[in-house]
Design a protein around this ligand. Structure first.
Ligand SMILES: [Ca+2]
Length: 302
């Protein structure tokens, strides 16, 4: 079937949109909408190819593939986080979704990792050097990168998410031999902007080691504020690197932006490639300072 949509405005002007291969899904899929190739004069509203930029417009307007909703049957993709969307719509697949946490004034887009254990909201992902994580405070606060691959969601959005619900943080790590390890923390949340979004994590479980809550005060990072090259909130006043290089800002040696102490057992936002003067992404309790080739941080509500 071809679908034709005719529209008239209050000046009698008209426009149309035509879609090839129009069909509806089975009732159990809530009659989800499927359309193919577009032509017309009204624009392709149903398949709106909105970008996957983290810092792009805060909207996701595509409707292709969605079920039908009425006031008494909510099948839209909006939830307060990925966990809620997955619970409500168990068939949901991994991808970009619009969410609206209670603490946030506006809805925004996130990447949802939909697994057998529920829906996870991705807050950080790295697979290579294409997206630079050498960014300033404003970028780390509002987010950067591409939702469908490498990105940082943004301290303000992570805070809204953790303010609204009790969250578990999961950190996934990969090394150059494609070995993998993980760390999970209960009760993950970020403090207010005035506290520089200080990180708080609870009980640890996993295989990568508890790098964030290292008992050594120079290595432990729990309770510390976030630092970037232009905002020094770390616990390093005079630190020594490899016996002879003195520095007072952790980002000078470790790069990126992180909840540095002095400077700490983890930083997943360090620069690639490995040959640079700065340290690459590391999780000391798993691989020491050896380069991690890929990392992902994501959160799930209880
Ligand atoms: Ca410092």
């Amino acid at each position: 079937m071809t679908l034709r949509v005719d529209l008239w405005d209050n000046e009698g002007k008209t426009a149309y949109a035509e879609y090839k291969d129009f069909s509806l899904g089975i009732p159990q899929s809530n009659y989800e909408l499927r359309v193919g190739r577009y032509s017309g004069t009204a624009g392709d509203a149903i398949r709106d190819p909105s970008s996957d930029l983290v810092s792009g417009p805060d909207r996701y307007d595509g409707q292709n593939g969605y079920g039908f909703s009425t006031s008494d049957r909510d099948n839209d993709s909006c939830g307060s986080d990925c966990t809620e969307i997955k619970r409500r719509l168990p068939e949901s697949r991994s991808g970009v979704y619009m969410i609206h946490p209670a603490a946030s004034r506006i809805p925004f887009k996130v990447y949802c990792e939909m697994g057998a254990d529920g829906g996870w909201t991705v807050i950080q992902k790295r697979t290579g050097a294409a997206v630079s994580f050498e960014q300033n405070w404003a970028s780390y606060e509002h987010g950067f990168g591409h939702l469908t691959w490498d990105h940082w969601l943004g301290l303000n959005k992570i805070r809204w998410l953790t303010q609204s619900k009790r969250m578990t943080l999961r950190v996934d790590l990969w090394d150059h031999e494609r070995k993998t390890a993980y760390a999970e923390y209960k009760d993950f949340n970020l403090g207010i902007p005035e506290s520089h979004y200080e990180i708080h994590v609870g009980r640890y479980s996993g295989t990568a080691g508890d790098a964030i809550r290292d008992p050594n005060p120079y290595d432990g990072q729990n309770g510390l504020g976030f630092s970037t090259s232009d905002r020094d909130n770390d616990n390093c006043d005079l630190c020594i690197f490899e016996f002879d290089i003195a520095f007072h800002k952790c980002t000078d040696i470790y790069g990126g932006g992180w909840w540095f102490s002095g400077c700490g057992s983890a930083n997943l936002n360090g620069p690639y490639p490995h040959t640079s003067m700065k340290r690459s992404p590391y999780w000391k309790t798993w691989k020491g300072f050896h380069l991690l080739t890929a990392t992902r941080m994501m959160i799930k509500s209880e």
